[in-house]
Design a protein around this ligand. Sequence first.
Ligand SMILES: [Fe+2]
Ligand SMILES: [Fe+2]
Length: 327
Amino acid sequence: MQIPQARGPLTEALFGALRSGSDDFYPVLAVGPVEGEDAALALWVLYELHYRGFDDVSDEMEWDPQLLRLRVALERDLEQRLRERFTSPQGLSVVEDFFDWVAEHDGASVADHVQRAADRDQVLELLRVRSIYHLKESDPVAWVVPRLGVRAKAALTELQYDEYGNGDPNRLHHHLYARGLEACGLEAAYGAHLDEVPLEVLEQNNAMSLFGLHRRLRGAALGHLAAFEATSSMPSRRMVQGLERLGLPAEIVEYYAEHVEADAVHEQLAVRAICGALLDEEPELADDVWFGAFTCLDLEDRFARTMLDHWGADRLGAGEDRREEVA
Ligand SMILES: [Fe+2]
Ligand SMILES: [Fe+2]
């Protein structure tokens, strides 16, 4: 992947410096506070240095102290904004109450729109913007593995083994997604569609990297995972129905069909085995588990509203009729 297009003064300065091969980032640090897409894209690129990096940036930059300083400033701002939106649920047990809580907090849904009304161009756009995550699916959670006790670690690696194809590269979820993109005639290279993604996609991905890369946020990482898995199976079924309605290729249908089955299992594993084991060992992390879970649902709601508004589509409310209809 190449460094993407800049979206403001910080990314102009940062990307120019990264491409130049210099390790003097003081002019970048001097840009001063920025927000919105400029801040989110800068943070996304700094995180990407820890994943697969960029063809036009030296691998040495992953641990450059000035870049880490910039990353920390952007992360603090992101974490503060995410925490300001969160209200801790009082008196709820993660293992007992998680699925009811998710049902009450589930928001706007792009899968509903795909199922019922989206046209082909809208669905292809959705597949492109989702690719920023799905082409590195499960990677942000992999950082958490060495930070857990034995029971949570065993349960998380069971889930991850499934995400990574159970030993078969052809079953790896991010590879299934890449094959689906190709079958639709879309560019399937890692990061290929970054320049067109909205702020909300950058923030969704940044939140996962933030939680994954900080040991102190391991509770939030696993709460996010649990909410992600608990809101995947039924929307994936709606995606299958919408993709079939539009006659899209079998390969992309297969990616979502795989998640109807897999995530019905993963949601149980994530809530009961992974978060349950974590909280048995470290009960003081319960609030962070809820924070991560809330952040997952909140960011997905914001993403869905942005896309539905962009398409001029109705925002169907979350709730019982939608759930009953799919069930
Ligand atoms: Fe998956
Ligand atoms: Fe899953």
